[in-house]
Design a protein around this ligand. Structure first.
Ligand SMILES: [Cu+2]
Length: 649
């Protein structure tokens, strides 16, 4: 998450919102799977009547906690989050009326011509007619907040006032095969709590894992998703086991549909705040999979409503029993792909690899350090060694491996092979990966487990923990996987691994203190030496905390040029490989390969650190009400940008 945005967003909510919402007898706000279009379409005109009311939303299912929120409904129907879907063919005229049955004037955005600064304020108990022509295909949305000031941060009770607008091109697939996944949140700050948060939830289509819908497909299905971000945060959305093709990115007002030569393949794509994207993928292997945000906090207990002030109420765990083996909450979708035809098991004898998960107390302050150690490396013979990142797994495309993970740490272990197109069982999500009754277990302390898989593609991938990710990942449980073509040789002199993480984990994602960024396990990496005229492959891996990371390779303060080669291990389309300034902003879960050839002897600087905050816009509305909560806790400074000397000889 963008730290500056989180602080600003949550602190602005401040004292107005720290009280938990009251359960009440108010009407329900039901989760919306976005499969049904609202209104009546006739003769090229969609007529739809919407209403905003207050209701009770239970993002953790019917037995979970209740939150009182404003939401939209079609007139005469149930409130939902997200609100009703407006879905029309290209060229349709949309005639909407919106009635405001909330307690304050309602400002609604998104019902104008694409690109127009549209908004309308509807008085209490009033209604407004809104019209637009659907002139451009794509993914859009409407959103609203109570009050008359320009759109900015929404108060807690307003954070579900939105819905998706789809304009289908003439050749659109059937809506049933074109699912919409809408992300939303509800978070209250508590400056004195250990986490900085009071209560918090993050939801997809109105539900939070493990209560999110399970998407069911059959092996061989083509899948198309539109993903809409109704939160003030960015989310690096990661699909396990499959590449997807990114087909469009938008901001709600405009949608950029990529031409075939612009479409890149990825396993993680960042969804910007209030951004949209669409993607497609082929479900060519059966089993259970997940699609989730790669910010560890966004699938941690902090986004579970029985966690108050950072502490999980264990008496409430029965609500989430199905989730115990992997301890995930929040922004996770489960996907089950039914097998079609025979899926014969490979018969090849795999190469055996033994990875030991180690732990040492008090490495990051009072936090333990954890790392992977591989048999046959010098660290294996040194019981005190705690290498971060873990050892490089250097593999050959098509050659099967059997990795035995030995858990010598005090917590359950699970390892995810990130970016590898493997079978479901070894994918690494305990309690979920696999199918039927063959489900991957967590590896208990003192226990071990062997998983077998075959890398089908050469490139840069990574392995990392998929258990208690906020703590275990920050403690160092990750490492690179390099897959080479048969016969290809790895030369560490010209093939450089830059693996970004954090030195431990912050316990307070709102106010800090925030952990420092590390590269290859070091807060201050040593000098890099390069040779002029030599072609280098720089492989950049990001598993750094809960905020975007900026990396640059500079001559003085001006970036040099490098050539993008691959994203998440997949070669980029030729249209995206033109040399460009060596600046990369990425989120955790992303992997980039660049080519760089220094021309002559020179002193360069590699810099890595937080993304500088955007300039603060001048206030345009009345000053916010006095906010005692925000005054009590000012956020700690962001971690520093680190400079690494790069000598070119
Ligand atoms: Cu996220």
């Amino acid at each position: 998450m963008s730290r500056s945005i989180v602080c600003a967003a949550l602190m602005a909510l401040g004292s107005l919102t720290t009280a938990p919402a009251r359960p009440s007898n108010a009407e329900r706000v039901v989760p919306n799977d976005n499969r049904h279009a609202a209104g009546r379409l006739a003769h090229g005109v969609l007529t739809v009547a919407l209403e905003a009311r207050t209701g009770v939303w239970r993002p953790e299912g019917d037995s979970g906690r209740a939150l009182e929120v404003g939401a939209f409904a079609e007139r005469g129907k149930a409130l939902s989050t997200p609100g009703p879907v407006i879905r029309v063919p290209l060229g349709t005229e949309v005639h909407a009326t919106i009635r405001n049955r909330l307690d304050r004037p309602l400002t609604v955005y998104g019902f104008g011509a694409p690109g127009s600064p549209d908004s309308v304020t509807i008085p209490v108990n009033g209604s407004a007619p809104l019209r637009f022509n659907a002139t451009a295909p794509g993914t859009y949305y409407y959103y609203a907040k109570r009050g008359t000031d320009p759109f900015g941060l929404r108060l807690l009770e307003d954070m579900q006032l939105h819905g998706v607008i789809i304009v289908d091109p003439p050749d659109a697939p059937r809506a049933a095969n074109d699912r919409i996944l809408a992300l939303s949140w509800w978070c209250s700050v508590a400056p004195k709590s250990p986490s900085g948060l009071g209560r918090c939830t993050m939801a997809i289509n109105g539900l939070s894992w493990p209560h999110t819908e399970r998407l069911g497909y059959t092996q061989g299905d083509s899948i198309h998703w539109r993903v809409v971000n109704f939160t003030e945060l960015d989310h690096p959305m990661h699909l396990h086991g499959f590449y997807f093709r990114v087909e469009s990115k938008g901001n709600g007002r405009t949608d950029t549909l990529y031409t075939p030569d612009q479409r890149r393949m990825a396993v993680t794509e960042v969804l910007q705040p209030f951004g949209t994207m669409s993607l497609s993928w082929l479900a060519d292997r059966p089993g259970n999979w997940i699609y989730h945000c790669h910010y560890a906090t966004h699938l941690s207990k902090l986004v579970e409503l029985d966690t108050e002030n950072g502490a999980l109420d264990s008496t409430m765990l029965h609500h989430h029993m199905s989730d115990r083996p992997h301890q995930m909450f929040g922004l996770v979708m489960g996907i089950s792909i039914a097998p079609k035809g025979a899926n014969p098991a490979p018969t090849e004898t795999p190469r055996a690899i033994r990875l030991v998960q180690r732990e040492r107390p008090n490495v990051y302050g009072s936090q333990a350090g954890m790392s992977y150690v591989m048999d046959g490396t010098p660290e294996a013979g040194d019981p005190a060694a705690l290498p971060v990142p873990g050892p490089m797994l250097l593999l050959e495309r098509g050659k099967r491996v059997a990795v035995t993970v030995v858990n010598q740490s005090s917590e359950p272990a699970a390892v995810h092979w990130h970016g590898i197109e493997l079978e479901s069982y070894p994918d690494g999500v305990p309690g979920w990966s696999g199918s039927g009754t063959t489900i991957l277990p967590a590896i208990a302390p003192g226990d071990s487990l062997t998983v077998r898989w075959t890398p089908p593609r050469a490139g840069s991938f990574m392995y990392h923990t998929h258990f208690n990710e906020t703590m275990q990942m920050g403690s160092g449980l990750y490492g690179p996987i390099i897959v080479l073509e048969p016969g290809e040789r790895f030369d560490p002199e010209t093939d450089r691994i830059l693996f970004f993480g954090t030195a431990g984990t912050g316990t307070n994602p709102v106010f800090g203190p925030f952990p420092r960024f590390v590269m290859n396990g070091k807060t201050q990496p040593e000098v890099m030496n390069l040779k002029a005229g030599t072609r280098y492959r720089l492989r950049l891996f990001n598993l750094a905390g809960d905020s975007p990371l900026r990396v640059s390779l500079d001559s003085g303060t001006t970036p040099v040029n490098w050539k993008p080669l691959a994203k998440d291990g997949y070669p980029l389309p030729p249209s995206q490989t033109a040399p460009r300034a060596a600046v990369l902003v990425s989120d955790p879960g992303e992997i980039y390969d660049f080519e760089y050839t220094p021309a002559g002897a020179e002193e360069l600087t590699l810099r890595f650190g937080p993304v500088p905050p955007p300039p603060t816009p001048a206030p345009t509305g009345p000053p916010p009400p006095p906010d005692t909560a925000a005054q009590e806790g000012a956020p700690a400074p962001p971690p520093p940008t680190v400079s690494v000397a790069v000598h070119v000889r």
